[in-house]
Design a protein around this ligand. Structure first.
Ligand code: PAF
Length: 281
């Protein structure tokens, strides 16, 4: 496995390969990232992982500075998972001048849910992903379904810009107790880690209520949000949406069994966790 830090070296190394599969990450890797690697490897091309903590997608009060930088350990994990190339540029390599050209998703997709609570987040994500696509020029890029809205935004960006890359979503990897794996789980204290499983439980309770025939979506959401918040969570959203456009389902959607997804973002102590669950009615 080659570990590369400059764009010039990356381009030199990639000059001979026809196609690659890309897994963009911010490092601090866990089993969920390794599942993305394995999904990427299935495509039969050399796998490139990028490690870059992207300042553009953090709000000023967020955890950019404390986000763990664990390059050595990440590289060991990547090598073990069969990665071929790691591209880990420094900030001045990827952003040698202020990144004033940006890619902003349409408000209808980018300003709701995560975009409402983290304004500018998806502009930061799209800008860096577009840039990483230019650097690596992959044939395939794999993103986790845990970041459900991010995956939708990137798919839409690739489609609308006719980018020559296939965007692949990989299933969320969960701990034995149901907690979705996330780099931010490392911020949780022992007690918070035990409590954190309540988020996935709330999503499962929403799915169960809908599957059992309840149709007052607002009431179902409110019950689960109140339960979480009573346990000490501070919930940004816990909501049922249509998979196709992340809008709230209408009564007609429910009657037609339109594919739905429950999505949540909630804060436990100083840690903000997100999760989602697709629902079949
Ligand atoms: O999901 C992430 O880790 C990041 O948002 C990504 C896609 C690597 C862009 O910085």
């Amino acid at each position: 496995m080659q570990v590369i830090h400059t764009l010039a070296d990356l381009r030199a190394v990639l000059a001979g390969s026809t196609k690659t599969a890309l897994v963009p990450t911010m490092g601090n890797l866990h089993e969920g990232h390794l599942a993305l690697l394995r999904e990427a490897a299935l495509h039969g091309f050399p796998v490139v992982a990028t490690i870059f903590v992207n300042r553009l997608q953090f709000l000023p009060h967020e955890d950019f500075d404390q986000y763990p930088r664990t390059l050595e350990r990440d590289c060991q994990l990547l090598e073990g998972a069969g990665c071929d190339i790691v591209f880990a540029p420094g900030e001045s390599e990827l952003y040698p001048e202020p990144q004033t050209f940006k890619v902003t998703p349409p408000a209808a997709l980018g300003d709701l849910l995560e975009g409402e609570f983290r304004p500018g987040f998806f502009t930061g994500v799209c800008t860096v992903v577009m840039k990483l696509f230019q650097c690596v020029q992959p044939a395939v890029a794999v993103f986790g379904q845990k970041d459900y809205q991010q995956l939708m935004v990137i798919k839409a960006m690739a489609r609308q810009f006719a980018l020559p890359v296939e965007i692949v979503g990989a299933s969320t990897v969960r701990a034995g107790d149901g907690l979705a794996l996330s780099s931010r789980n490392g911020y949780l204290s022992q007690d918070e880690r035990a409590e954190a499983t309540a988020l996935a439980r709330a999503l499962r309770a929403i799915a169960a209520a809908l599957r059992e025939g309840a149709r007052d979506v607002a009431a179902i959401e409110a019950t689960q949000k109140a339960e979480l918040d009573a346990r000490g969570w501070k919930t940004d959203y816990l909501t049922v949406r249509r998979r196709v456009d992340l809008l709230p389902p209408t009564p007609d959607d429910l009657a037609a069994k339109t594919p739905l997804v429950a999505l949540a973002a909630s804060r436990l102590g100083r840690t903000r966790l997100i999760d989602n669950l697709e629902i079949e009615l």
